[in-house]
Design a protein around this ligand. Sequence first.
Ligand code: NIG
Ligand code: FE
Length: 413
Amino acid sequence: MSLLITNIGCLVNVANPKQAIQGNELSILPTIEDAFVLIEHGRIACVGNMYELELLVPQFPNQVVDAQMAYVLPAWCDSHTHIVFAGSREGEFVDKLKGLSYADIAAKGGGILNSAHRLAKTPEEELFHAAMIRINEVAKLGTGAIEIKSGYGLSFEAELKILRVITRIKNESPLIVKRTFLGAHAYPLAFKDNHAGYLHLLINEMMPAIASEKLADYVDVFCEKGFFSVEEMEQVCNAAAKFGLRPKLHINQLNSIGGLQSAINLAALSVDHLETMTHQDIRDLAGSSVIGTLLPTAAYFLRMAFQPAREMIDAGCKIAVASDFNPGSSPSGNMNTVVSMSCIQMKMLPEEAINAATIQGAFAMEADQEAGSIAVGKRANLIMMKPLPSLAYIPYSFGTNLIDKVLLNGNFI
Ligand code: NIG
Ligand code: FE
């Protein structure tokens, strides 16, 4: 029931902010050197410096782990994924190597529609087991909280199927899981020229069923040329509001079409992707309370310009980073890579990238009471690193697995 971790070289992100960190304050990452953590009933019960240990923990629990000066971090909070999918799309990857664009592939029925076609044929049980393999993999890579989107269903039956799978993951895995309804990911071929028909199905049939089965926490729309227009996004979000689903939206991935300003008006929790930002978009986001979630591995995989993280932070935006784990644009849920890439390609400081991948990600999926930092009362979701010379070694040593052990709810996994 209780576990004491002693001799922690550096306990990272010992904080409990009440709202997402804004602008340059992102570089403030509170730490305690030579620290201990006491865990009781899966939650953080006490933290402090080793010299205070006997005073603060007069009676040691049976289980004591000597961290031997390792760095200990809060587990990653990956606030944007599509981790439930059927099959993989490396064929399209090779097509892209041969010169086809993401838009070319989507136009010939590939991309999201390809994944939807496969998911429709996959039994729910098989989908769950395939997703759990990925969930266990990302948990071992340090992810302790995750947002998962539907959006590879695109029919009444298949959207409900994928949301039931996500709900089962929420109930059966040790991770914190937030569920997002992304029925507005792409228009299915049958509705290619009948957008009103698909929106009617989505709003009048899918949403009520999802709400009555309590299968989602948020709504998402892929607001993009060739996908959902700003007006269509507004229609979906306004309908979702009646079911208590707050928006977390795919915005400005390929084009800036006004979705960002509309998302702010819709009081979205987050706007995600943001590869294509005008200076005005950056100013508007900075003036709002919406979190901008940057997905650098998607920009990398699609060979796009990276998100302007530096400019956004300097302008005062609230920034998180996430993996976008999906079979089309980011076939990796490795948050360690995301943190490295945030520094290497987006010039975020190590402290900024770690904050963005922990507490900021937690805020971007309203898991901040439970996760994202090391604070008394939060879940003991922790990463114990292998010996490190410094914090900056984490993003610097990209591609090396620096994780020694992961604890979720106080248990080593
Ligand atoms: O976040 N951009 C929209 N959706 C996904 C990609 C989905 C896919 O290609 O399967 C993304 O990048
Ligand atoms: Fe995405």
